[in-house]
Design a protein around this ligand. Structure first.
Ligand code: CO
Length: 167
């Protein structure tokens, strides 16, 4: 099933998402639906609150990971950020038609749980590290546009307010 994507201005996108304590068949179905929705909209990552579920859960597309499988991260927590930063353009399915350069750590160490609620600690670099930082921001109620300079934010304000009005 393709899910509705909540846009900038929807209150659920400003929430800190709830910890997932058990995996039901509903949650497995949700992750399948999220993966289908992400591909439908040409995204490389998607978080549960972007499709209206207050759950600490994101998916990362396999093409962003250069892996054979999409990655499901449950209750993700970044436990290390590299001092080395990179600046790359980002977009977001919840903020249509806006792309901006965002500064982020080049490498991260992520602690998360898989669909068996097994805890995994893994290092990610470059694009995967960037997508995961973007998605874990969503789970904490943060948009990539929040990370832009004051001046950039001011310039985008009108467009963001317009998206919020339509959402
Ligand atoms: Co996003």
């Amino acid at each position: 099933m393709i899910l509705k994507i909540y846009k900038y201005g929807s209150p659920i996108l400003r929430n800190r998402c709830k910890i997932v304590n058990s995996i039901s068949s509903d949650i497995k179905q949700l992750t399948d639906d999220m993966i289908n929705t992400m591909y439908e909209d040409d995204g490389i990552g998607l978080s549960a609150n972007q499709v209206g579920f207050d759950l600490s859960l994101s998916i990362i597309g396999k093409h962003a990971l250069e892996s054979e499988n999409d990655l499901i991260i449950i209750n993700p927590k970044i436990i290390e950020y590299s001092d080395e930063k990179t600046i790359e353009e980002e977009g977001c399915l919840s903020i249509p038609d806006i792309r901006e350069k965002v500064i982020r750590s080049k490498d991260i160490v992520l602690e998360y749980q898989d669909l068996n609620l097994k805890t995994i600690t893994r290092k990610f670099v470059d694009l995967p590290a960037r997508v995961i930082q973007h998605e874990t921001d969503h789970l904490n109620g943060v948009f990539f546009t929040d990370r832009l300079s004051f001046v950039k934010k001011k310039l985008l304000n009108k467009k963001l307010n317009q998206i919020a009005k339509e959402s």
